[in-house]
Design a binder for this molecule. Structure first.
Ligand code: HEM
Length: 487
C-alpha cells in the first residue's frame, strides 16, 4: 500500500512539476520540486538586493519567480521601464492593488495606499486639492524650519560636543516622523529629543511595517493561522495596531469636541493640520466619519515618514564618501546665500571636533540656547539645483555605480527631466506620489541645514546595506561621529 501510494505521489508530483515548468516561460531561478525557487533566494538572502539585480540583468530585466508549491507565492519581477510604463501608466486600470494586497496591508484600511477604483479616486482628488493649498505649504515650511532650529541642529551640536557616535538615520527618522505627525494630526510626539525617547506610536509604526513585510514572505495560510492564534509577528502586529488606533481615535474624539465649540472663522484661523481639514471640509460626496479620518491619517503618516529619512540617510552617506560633491553643494549654498564658510575639498581639513565635552549641560536650557540662527526656507532651497541633482542621484544610467549629481543638470543649469516610469522612486502614472515636490523641498532644507554646519565621519567598518523592508532604510543605521564645519 505504502509503495503504491509512493509511486502515485511521485507520478503526480512529476506531472505537477512538468506542468509548472511548462507554464513558467521566463524562470528567474531553478525550480526545485516542492520548494520552488525559494531555496536559491533564501541562500542569497544576505545580499538580496544585489542578487535580484544580478538575476534581472541576466534575464533581460524581467522574469518569473515561482514560490513553494500551492502557496500562491508566484511573482512576475521586472525592472524594465517599458513594463513599468505599461503597468503604471498605459494600462493602469488593469493592475489594481486588489483584494490580496488589502489583506496584507490590513492596517491601511480603506486609505489611499490600499484602495482601488472609486474609493481611491475620491481620496486622491480630495488630497490633491488639499495638498495644493498654500496653507499646507506655509505650515510645512514653518514647521520644518522650526524643527531644524530647535531640535535637529541642537541635537547634532550636543552629540558633537559630547564626542559620541550618533545614528544619523535614527535622528532623521525621528525628525521626519515628528514633522509628518504635526502636519497630519497636529500633534508633536517629540521623538527627536536629546534623550532619544521610545515613543509608543513610533514603535507601533515600525512594528506594523515589519509585520506587513513579514506577510509578503510567508504563505497566506501561515500568517492567517498566526493571526487567528495570536502568535509571533501577528501578535506584535495586533498590539501595534491597537496602540495606533487608541492614539488616533482619542485624538479624533478630542478634536471633534474642540471643533464642536468653534465657529467657522475660529476653525479657519486655528493652527493647520490635515485631521481638522478632513473633519471640517464637506465635499458633499461622502461622510468623513472616524474610520475615514483614521485610515487617511494612517496612510498619510506612512507616506510621509520613512522615505524622506531613508533618502537623506543614503544621501548623507554618499556625500561623506565624496568630498568633491560635498564641496560643490557647499559652494552652491554659499553662492546663493553668501554664508561666510570657507571652501575646502577634504572633510578632514574643514571640520573640527571640539574637544570639550559638555556632559552636565541642562538639556532643555541647552536646546533653547542653541535655537538661534536661521534655516533656509522652501522658496530659498528651490535655487539649489546641484543639491537637487545630488538627492536624485540614486541608481541611474549605465555608470550607475558612480555618484555623479552633474548628470542631473542640463546645460541651462536646470534639472534634467526623467520620465517617472524610468525614475520610479515616486511611482508613476495616476498613482504618482502627491508629496514629491513637498518631499524634495523638505529634504533640501534639511540637507542644506546639516551640511552647512556639520560633516560626518562614518564609523570604521560600517558596511551600508539596505534593510529587507518596503522603505529601504539602512540596516544597522548610519553610525557616525559629527564634526563642526569650520567657518
Ligand atoms: C522621498 C520621499 C518620498 C518618496 C520616495 C515617496 C514615494 C511614493 C510612492 C512610491 C508612492 C506610491 C505608493 C503606492 O501607490 O503604492 C507614493 C504615494 C503617495 N505619496 Fe509619496 N513619497 C515620498 C514622500 C511623500 C511625502 C512627504 C508625502 C506627503 C506629505 C507623500 C504623499 C504621498 C501620497 C498622498 C501618496 C498617495 C498617492 C495615491 O495613492 O494616489 N509622499 N509616494
Amino acid at each position: 500500500m505504502i509503495l503504491y501510494a509512493a509511486i502515485i505521489a511521485s507520478f503526480l508530483s512529476s506531472l505537477y512539476l512538468f506542468h509548472r515548468r511548462r507554464s513558467c516561460k521566463h524562470p528567474l531561478l531553478f525550480d526545485y520540486p516542492i520548494l520552488g525557487m525559494l531555496p536559491t533566494l533564501l541562500f542569497n538572502l544576505w545580499r538580496l538586493h544585489d542578487f535580484i539585480t544580478e538575476i534581472l540583468t541576466k534575464h533581460g530585466g524581467t522574469g518569473e519567480f515561482m514560490g513553494p508549491w500551492f502557496t500562491k507565492m508566484n511573482y512576475l519581477v521586472t525592472c524594465d521601464s517599458l513594463n513599468v510604463q505599461h503597468m503604471l501608466c498605459k494600462r493602469f486600470d488593469n493592475y489594481v492593488k486588489g483584494h490580496d494586497f488589502r489583506d496584507i496591508f490590513e492596517p491601511f484600511g480603506d486609505g489611499f495606499g490600499a484602495a482601488d477604483d472609486e474609493t481611491w479616486k475620491y481620496i486622491r482628488n480630495l488630497l490633491r486639492s488639499q495638498m495644493k493649498q498654500p496653507r499646507l505649504k506655509a505650515f510645512v515650511d514653518q514647521t520644518v524650519q522650526k524643527k531644524i532650529l530647535t531640535s535637529l541642529l541642537p541635537i547634532l551640536d550636543h552629540a558633537q560636543q559630547q564626542g559620541r557616535v550618533v545614528d544619523i538615520q535614527d535622528v532623521l527618522v525621528r525628525f521626519t516622523s515628528d514633522n509628518i505627525c504635526l502636519t497630519t494630526v497636529g500633534h508633536d510626539p517629540k521623538s527627536l529629543s536629546v534623550d532619544f525617547p521610545e515613543v509608543a506610536i513610533e514603535m507601533a509604526f515600525r512594528e506594523t511595517e515589519k509585520s506587513i513585510f513579514y506577510r509578503h514572505t510567508v504563505p497566506k495560510t501561515i500568517w492567517k493561522l498566526q493571526k487567528r492564534l495570536q502568535i509571533g509577528q501577528e501578535k506584535k502586529m495586533r498590539e501595534a495596531y491597537k496602540t495606533f488606533d487608541e492614539f488616533i481615535y482619542a485624538l479624533i474624539a478630542s478634536k471633534r469636541e474642540e471643533l464642536s465649540k468653534c465657529t467657522k472663522e475660529e476653525i479657519s484661523e486655528a493652527p493647520f493640520n490635515l485631521l481638522t481639514v478632513w473633519m471640517t471640509e464637506d465635499e458633499g460626496l461622502r461622510e468623513h466619519d472616524d474610520k475615514f479620518v483614521r485610515d487617511s491619517a494612517f496612510n498619510f503618516l506612512v507616506a510621509g515618514r520613512g522615505a524622506m529619512a531613508s533618502t537623506l540617510t543614503w544621501f548623507l552617506w554618499l556625500v561623506s564618501k565624496h568630498p568633491l560633491v560635498e564641496a560643490k553643494i557647499l559652494e552652491e549654498i554659499r553662492d546663493n546665500f553668501k554664508t561666510n564658510e570657507k571652501k575646502n575639498d577634504d572633510c578632514g581639513d574643514h571640520c573640527f571636533d571640539e574637544d570639550h565635552h559638555n556632559d552636565n549641560l541642562d538639556q532643555e536650557q541647552y536646546l533653547k540656547q542653541s535655537a538661534s540662527g536661521e534655516a533656509l526656507g522652501m522658496e530659498e532651497v528651490t535655487k539649489l539645483v546641484y543639491l537637487h541633482g545630488a538627492l536624485c542621484e540614486e541608481i541611474w544610467g549605465k555608470d550607475c555605480l558612480e555618484f555623479k549629481p552633474e548628470r542631473w543638470i542640463s546645460d541651462r543649469g536646470e534639472i534634467v527631466y526623467a520620465p517617472a516610469y524610468k525614475f520610479i522612486a515616486f511611482n508613476a502614472g495616476p498613482r504618482i506620489c502627491l508629496g514629491k515636490d513637498l518631499a524634495f523641498v523638505q529634504m533640501k532644507m534639511v540637507a542644506a541645514a546639516i551640511l552647512s554646519k556639520y560633516c560626518f565621519k562614518v564609523v570604521e567598518g560600517h558596511v551600508p546595506t539596505p534593510t529587507h523592508s518596503i522603505v529601504l532604510l539602512m540596516k544597522n543605521g548610519l553610525k557616525a561621529r559629527i564634526m563642526k564645519r569650520e567657518v
